[in-house]
Every structure is written in C-alpha cells, then in structure tokens.
Ligand binder design. Structure first.
Ligand SMILES: O=C(O)CCC(=O)C(=O)O
Ligand SMILES: [Fe+2]
Length: 258
C-alpha cells in the first residue's frame, strides 16, 4: 500500500459506505455512481480522451496479438491489415476479445513527471484510504491490492463471456471504472452478467465516474460496441486481489474448477 497525500484523486466524500456495503452483501455485485470527487474524475477522463499511445489487444478468431497504435491506426502502417482483419469467431465457445489498452504505471520505479491522472488513479486505488474503503465495502479483509489498466472499446470492439478466473492471481473482485462522459445503452459496450439459464441476469450501461464491482468468479461479458456508437468507451479496469491464496493456483486447478 502507498500513501498518496498529494494525489489529485480522491473519493467522493458523500458516499454512504454502510448502505453500499449492505447492497454489495445482498447481491455480490454493485454499481456505485460518482465514486471519485468530480474534479478527480474529470482529470482521469481528460487523460484517457487525449491518450494516443493505446495498443489493440486481440484474441479472436484464432489470432492473438497486441498492436501499438498511433491514435486509431497501427503505428506500423504495414500492419494495419492485422487490425482490419481481426474478427471474433461467432461459433467458437472460447472467450474472445478485441479492444485497446494502455498500461497504468504505479509509483515505484516511475518518475513523478511522467505519471498522469490515470496513473494516479491506480496509485490511489492502492492507497490506505481506498483499500480500507474496499475492505469495508466488501466486508473482506483479504483485500490487499488493486491492479488495473486503461481500456478503450471502439466500434466493433467486444469481450465475450468469461469469469475472470486466472490461476495464481488471487483475484477477489473484478472492477470497472467507466470514464466516458456520456453513453447510451444503444451503443452497446454494456457489461452484462449471464445467469445459469443463459439469459442476461443483470446489465450495466457505462456511466461516467461509476465503479462496477463484482465477485470472481461471475460469468460476464462486454457486448460489442455498435458500429454507430458516437464515442469510445473509456474505462479503468482490473481486479481487487489478495496476498493470500484465492481460487485456483495452477492452470490445471483452474481447468478442473471451471
Ligand atoms: O469493461 C468492462 O466493463 C469489463 C471488462 C472485463 O470484464 C474484463 O476486462 O475482464
Ligand atoms: Fe471480466
């Protein structure tokens, strides 16, 4: 844990932690509107809106690669066709995805001047204040750290059904901090939770400065962003993790469990 007194990021002081904890205990997942103070959310959104150093990550239709971008195109123009050809195989039962990511650098090993408000958000999520908030919210003392990256889903981007289990990562909860200022359900990019009967049990439309939190494992997906979406879906996304062992520790254990 780090202590970041000078961080531009802070929680919205008006959150009702007791009420939120009750709601999380009832459902195993929770959507918290206005998680950060307004100026903190603005700062993070501003960084993600202006970001040009995204990489497209692809695991779709048998293709697996990560492609550095310059804006919305391949940095190496000779490889643009890789992006243009990337397609989910709709008949495959495997988890597939196409979306853009940007790493978030945590304090250690990185010079202060090279870090921006998105990096600071991940730092803040590992601060004493936020880890205590998560422990109280979930009633789970195993919470020790938060990992994360920025994500950008453009029209056509998608993440098909999965349960977030990853051997040895000790993931307790998945989270998404949506950072697009306005979004419409019609634009897709909705975070949906699938029930055992194959129907959609619940879904959340990306909402600016809202934190979505859900227990691992939970089967969920990000629906494809529509071709006509007028904006990109910007988020910080990752997992709340423990130093203790949680869930499967080897690939073999994970295969047997799920
Ligand atoms: O972006 C989201 O809403 C969820 C992303 C997700 O489920 C994941 O990255 O594992
Ligand atoms: Fe996920």
């Amino acid at each position: 844990m780090t202590d970041t007194p000078s961080s531009p990021i802070r929680l919205n002081p008006d959150l009702d932690l007791a009420a939120l904890a009750g709601a999380f205990a009832r459902g195993g997942r929770l959507h918290i509107p206005n998680i950060f103070a307004a100026e903190a959310a603005d700062a993070v959104a501003g960084v993600l809106e202006a970001e040009t150093r995204w990489k497209t990550t692809v695991a779709a239709g048998g293709a697996f690669f990560e492609m550095p971008l310059n804006g919305r195109l391949a940095e190496d123009p000779g490889k643009q066709s890789w992006l243009d050809d990337a397609k989910v195989d709709g008949a495959s039962p495997l988890t597939q995805y196409i979306f853009d990511t940007r790493r978030l650098d945590q304090r250690e090993g990185h010079e202060e001047g090279h870090r921006d408000a998105a990096d600071a958000a991940l730092d803040f999520m590992n601060s004493e204040a936020f880890i205590s908030f998560l422990r109280a919210l979930t009633g789970d003392d195993r919470v020790d750290l938060v990992d994360g990256q920025a994500s950008r889903y453009r029209p056509g981007h998608v993440l098909t059904a999965h349960n977030d289990v990853s051997a040895g990562k000790n993931r307790l909860y998945g989270y998404v901090l949506n950072m697009t200022r306005e979004w419409r359900a019609d634009w897709g990019g909705n975070l949906v939770f699938y029930g055992a009967d194959g129907h959609i049990e619940h879904g959340w439309v990306p909402a600016f400065n809202a934190l979505n939190l859900f227990v691992v494992p939970t089967r969920h997906a990000v629906t494809q962003v529509a071709s006509f979406a007028a904006k990109d879906r910007l988020s910080i996304v990752g997992w709340v993790r423990s130093h203790q062992k949680v869930g499967p520790q080897t690939r073999e254990e994970a295969r047997q469990a799920y």
